[in-house]
Design a protein around this ligand. Structure first.
Ligand SMILES: Cc1cc2nc3c(=O)[nH]c(=O)nc-3n(C[C@H](O)[C@H](O)[C@H](O)COP(=O)(O)OP(=O)(O)OC[C@H]3O[C@@H](n4cnc5c(N)ncnc54)[C@H](O)[C@@H]3O)c2cc1C
Ligand code: FES
Length: 406
């Protein structure tokens, strides 16, 4: 899903043509689309992990629009993959899918992607899941996978406007009964309890048998809900590396899409570096830079396989640490305020804003540092952290010196 201005074919990616086996009415405003993957090739191309999303493409006026929808199914639990769509007022794709797609129709899909997945090395670390409205879709998928594949204790807080708009309510309640003692579920309905506040959420976190700090936290829902959850997690001192968020946003329309951030001088005569350094897969490479490319674009042009998926700033797959240098980002939707404060950047959105030495490190991002490329790493002890920081500073100084003399 590189850009809305190109069709899948023009974008050089093979779209999948997948038949809809069934459409399930979940609530008045939400439908699940169950996919027919009886064909072996198709099934293998649609192999996914719980929590990932699929991208749907439809023609719209003079262009194609692409929207991501998270799987609400889980591999190994549900026989067929399914995604669930909630109607957005005036939204183009959501209304088109809900009103016009029926069993037997064929959809154009792009292969599964996303990093909102369970850490394979989490052991028995407890899970806390926060879902608001349609944000329940990837959370439901993660929950089913965690209950089936692990013995981890799971708590879930699920907020909705009211009982009638609660997607998967009966299935969630049944899971809570089936796994009583291991999975606890709390529903919140705004019509009865008002909007959830950061204080209420922090109280819920403190109520866990293990401190909320020792858990992995997954958050998906409307922006005010996510803001409240993130504030609550901060107030009980949860480590950022233990928090994953999925933001449900639409990419910008092609006719509104800027190509460069306003503050970036790369389109003019401002200085840009001739090259920059990339730490990836435990090695450091020098990547030539051409004016106006994003860091990800430059990596691709140089054959450096930096991680990426949406290329639109919302999936977070290309997140890396800015070790040194100046960059600006166009659309850093996947970054939280604390990511930005820690110097995280999205390679697909970042361009240099000066000719200064530039170095980005993909290995330094915690969710990618755990071996399988998708793990949350436990926080380091203070002494180990000090040692690691000293080694990193030493390595960066050495790299910088080499860059200057070579
Ligand atoms: C990783 C990921 C996973 C997701 N998973 C899910 C999921 O599981 N389920 C789900 O329901 N959604 C999910 N989403 C959200 C989904 O991709 C869409 O963003 C959502 O369905 C809205 O798309 P739309 O085309 O219907 O609305 P859009 O047409 O994109 O409109 C969105 C909003 O913008 C407004 N708007 C549109 N055009 C204009 C205009 N010209 N001027 C002013 N305002 C305008 C609309 O009124 C609407 O409020 C996910 C998003 C991401 C990034
Ligand atoms: S590739 Fe998705 S945010 Fe950069």
């Amino acid at each position: 899903m590189a850009t809305e201005t190109k069709s899948a074919e023009q974008a050089g990616r093979a779209p999948l043509r997948v038949k809809v086996a069934r459409v399930v009415e979940e609530t008045a405003d939400a439908r699940s689309f169950v996919l027919d993957v009886s064909d072996d090739t198709l099934r293998s191309e649609l192999t996914y992990r719980a929590g990932q999303y699929v991208t749907v493409e439809i023609p719209w006026e003079s262009f194609h629009i692409h929207r991501c929808y998270s799987f609400s199914s889980a591999p190994g639990v549900d026989a067929q993959p399914q995604f669930t769509v909630k109607r957005v007022a005036e939204g183009r794709m959501s209304n088109a899918l809900i009103d016009r797609v029926a069993a037997g129709d064929t959809l154009t899909l792009h292969p599964p992607a996303g990093r909102f997945t369970l850490d394979r090395d989490a052991g028995m670390r407890p899970l806390s899941l926060f879902a608001g409205g349609s944000g329940v879709t990837p959370i439901f998928s993660l929950l089913k996978a965690a209950l089936r594949e692990t013995r981890r204790p799971v708590r879930m807080l699920y907020a909705n406007r009211d009982a009638a708009s609660t997607i998967f309510a009966a299935q969630l309640d049944a899971l809570a009964q089936e796994h009583a003692g291991r999975f606890s579920l709390r529903h919140h309905h705004d019509d009865a309890g008002g909007f959830l506040t950061a204080e209420t959420l922090a109280d819920w976190l403190r109520g866990a048998p293990e401190s909320g700090r020792g858990s992995d936290h997954y958050v998906c829902g409307p922006t005010p809900f996510m803001d409240a959850v993130e504030a609550a997690l901060q107030s009980v001192s949860v480590d950022d590396g233990r928090v994953r968020v999925e933001r449900f946003v639409s990419p910008a329309d092609p006719d509104r899409r800027d190509t460069e951030p306003a503050q970036t001088p790369t389109s003019g005569t401002g200085e840009v570096p001739e090259d920059f350094l990339v730490t990836l897969g435990s090695s450091i490479r020098r990547v030539p830079y051409s004016r106006s490319l994003t860091l990800l674009g430059a990596c691709k042009a140089a054959g450096v396989k930096a991680p990426s998926s949406c290329e639109d700033g919302f999936c977070g797959s290309c997140m890396c640490q800015l070790v040194e240098g100046d960059v600006a980002m166009l659309n850093p939707l996947a970054l939280t305020d604390s990511d930005v404060a820690r110097g995280r950047v999205l390679a697909c959105q970042a361009r240099p804003t000066s000719g200064k030495f530039l170095h980005v490190d993909f290995d330094a991002v915690s969710f990618r540092a755990g071996g399988d490329g998708d793990a949350m790493t436990p926080p380091l002890s203070a002494s180990r952290a000090a040692l690691v920081v000293s080694l990193c500073v030493g390595a960066a100084l050495l790299v910088r010196w080499l860059h200057a003399v070579i």
